[in-house]
Design a protein around this ligand. Structure first.
Ligand SMILES: *[C@@H]1O[C@H](CO)[C@@H](O)[C@H](O)[C@H]1NC(C)=O
Ligand SMILES: *[C@@H]1O[C@H](CO)[C@@H](O)[C@H](O)[C@H]1NC(C)=O
Ligand SMILES: *[C@@H]1O[C@H](CO)[C@@H](O)[C@H](O)[C@H]1NC(C)=O
Ligand SMILES: *[C@@H]1O[C@H](CO)[C@@H](O)[C@H](O)[C@H]1NC(C)=O
Ligand SMILES: *[C@@H]1O[C@H](CO)[C@@H](O)[C@H](O)[C@H]1NC(C)=O
Ligand SMILES: *[C@@H]1O[C@H](CO)[C@@H](O)[C@H](O)[C@H]1NC(C)=O
Length: 423
């Protein structure tokens, strides 16, 4: 194993040298590196404290002073990972943490870059390899190191400066004064900040800001199996809390059909025709997704040693009904103080009468919105979801409907009162 790491690290070192000489990493070598990186399940060792690297000829080379990663993560340092699927309200729930205030370093979907590069690189990304990449990037980001993520950003950052970070503005920390470099004239600021006029993102500044903050949170919809995060959760440098956010799979499908219209044409035609071929790949994919979510939840709820007191399951529907209470529970679970700033944001955004304006909008009357899917989805589709996601729905307490009348009858509650996370 050691030899494999050495080979991998030598590749990295070689690349650093090439970079110094050419100042440009060619796409080809970058991809090559990526592939090599990802073929090593234990790429976590990249963040192991050794600062001197042994080269092929036996000489030692200081690549980076990695002892900083070993700095005791003592005190109140906490790392929160919000795991969800798309259209489960995760942007909204992520804001509960993003809005904490100056002690929080929150990142919104950094794995977007990883997913995108992997899918460019391979026709069908290998799920195992993707999960290693996700895990390692999450680890490095929780340690405030952006260098691994940089490998996945396209175009590659120039001297750790990038304009291409996905949804920078969704992270309050990345738009704070100390991370806001001056606007460069004649440069189109694609991912500018709303809070203030900022130039391209200097990841060195981002990293400094991250290190200075006590709490770090990352939201992702790209990790599909909790099991794949075991070594991350067990890493002694982190004090991680995982929150898995789930939602009624019928509501998720209805929401995806609306938000990702072009990818859901098949479902839309089934909705229009009233017939669903249950053997279709699309249906199988839905079933697979539901199973992964259920398996992750079953694992978390079974409280294995490595997740003891580190896993919480939350239903989006409960958050929509009792946002303040649920937010308080999540904060209590993470051990992070629930600031008045976060409370105010929640009050403002759950009582807002203004209806969501964009697909990722987090401002909505959540208790009203959460039931809307019942009027958008034909019974036939709800039935198919019930058929293939039945065990998942049962675990989370989502009631089945047996007719169109029941589906649209708001006095029929489709949510069982259910307590998870009993300690
Ligand atoms: C870190 O390095 C130590 C000593 O070389 C080794 O025993 C350990 O397995 C490494 N940890 C990881 C996660 O690779
Ligand atoms: C490495 O970093 C640590 C902590 O930041 C520092 O104390 C140490 O002097 C550094 N070592 C070298 C060789 O730069
Ligand atoms: C994915 O990668 C892993 C690890 O390299 C390998 O064992 C597995 O066979 C691959 N799966 C597919 C479908 O290629
Ligand atoms: C990014 O910030 C660091 C830390 O302040 C600074 O040393 C570096 O020059 C900045 N990079 C650019 C391109 O401005
Ligand atoms: C939000 O929706 C709930 C449930 O329909 C309703 O009772 C409440 O008045 C709405 N609040 C606002 C501000 O629109
Ligand atoms: C809706 O459900 C309630 C409670 O089950 C029932 O009393 C009522 O008759 C239903 N309304 C319609 C229109 O079916």
């Amino acid at each position: 194993m050691k030899n494999k790491y050495a080979a991998l690290i030598i590749c990295l070192v070689a690349l650093v040298i090439i970079e110094k000489e050419n100042k440009i990493i060619s796409r080809v070598s970058d991809k090559l590196l990526l592939r090599q990186t990802l073929q090593h399940p234990d790429a976590l060792s990249l963040y192991n404290g050794s600062s001197a690297l042994v080269m092929e000829d036996g000489s030692e080379m200081d690549m980076e002073n990695t002892t900083q990663f070993f700095e005791a993560e003592q005190g109140g340092r906490r790392h929160v990972l919000l795991l969800a699927a798309t259209r489960t309200g995760s942007s909204f729930v992520g804001e509960f943490f993003n809005q904490l205030g100056s002690d929080m370093f929150y990142l919104f979907e950094p794995l977007w870059h990883v997913e995108r590069m992997l899918s460019e690189d391979m026709a069908t990304p290998n799920a195992t390899i993707s999960s290693w990449a996700y895990r390692d990037v999450l680890l490095s980001l929780f340690l405030c190191d952006f260098s691994l993520l940089e490998r996945f950003i396209n175009p590659p950052p120039d001297a750790h400066v990038t304009q291409a970070l996905f949804r920078r503005d969704s992270s309050a920390a990345l738009c704070e004064e100390q991370v806001c470099s001056p606007v460069v004239s004649n440069v189109y600021e694609k991912h500018h900040c709303k809070a203030r006029q900022c130039g391209p993102l200097n990841l060195t500044l981002a990293s400094d800001s991250c290190r200075a903050k006590e709490y770090r949170a990352i939201k992702t919809v790209r990790v599909t199996q909790l099991e794949t995060l075991r070594s991350l959760v067990e890493d002694a440098r982190l004090d991680i809390r995982v929150i898995q956010l789930v939602r009624d799979p019928r509501a998720i499908l209805a929401s995806r059909m609306e938000a990702f219209s072009s990818q859901y044409q098949t479902w839309k035609s089934w909705a229009a025709n009233g017939e669903v071929p249950v053997e279709d790949e699309e249906v199988k994919r839905l079933q697979g997704n539901c199973n992964q979510i259920r398996e992750s939840a079953e694992l978390g709820l079974s409280r294995p040693d490595w997740l003891e007191n580190k896993y919480m399951l939350v239903r989006y529907e409960d958050i929509a009904r009792y946002p303040m209470q649920k937010a308080a529970e999540m904060y209590r679970f993470t051990g992070i103080p629930f600031t008045s700033h976060a409370r105010e944001w929640i009050l403002k955004n759950t009582h807002a009468s203004q209806v969501a304006s964009g697909v990722y909008s987090t401002q909505k009357n959540s208790s009203e919105q959460v039931q809307m899917w019942r009027f958008k989805m034909p019974f036939k589709l709800a039935q198919v979801v019930q058929e293939v996601c039945g065990p998942t729905m049962e675990l989370f307490g989502y009631r089945f409907v047996d007719s169109e009348q029941t589906l649209v009858n708001k006095s029929v509650a489709l949510l069982e009162e259910k307590q998870f996370n009993l300690s």
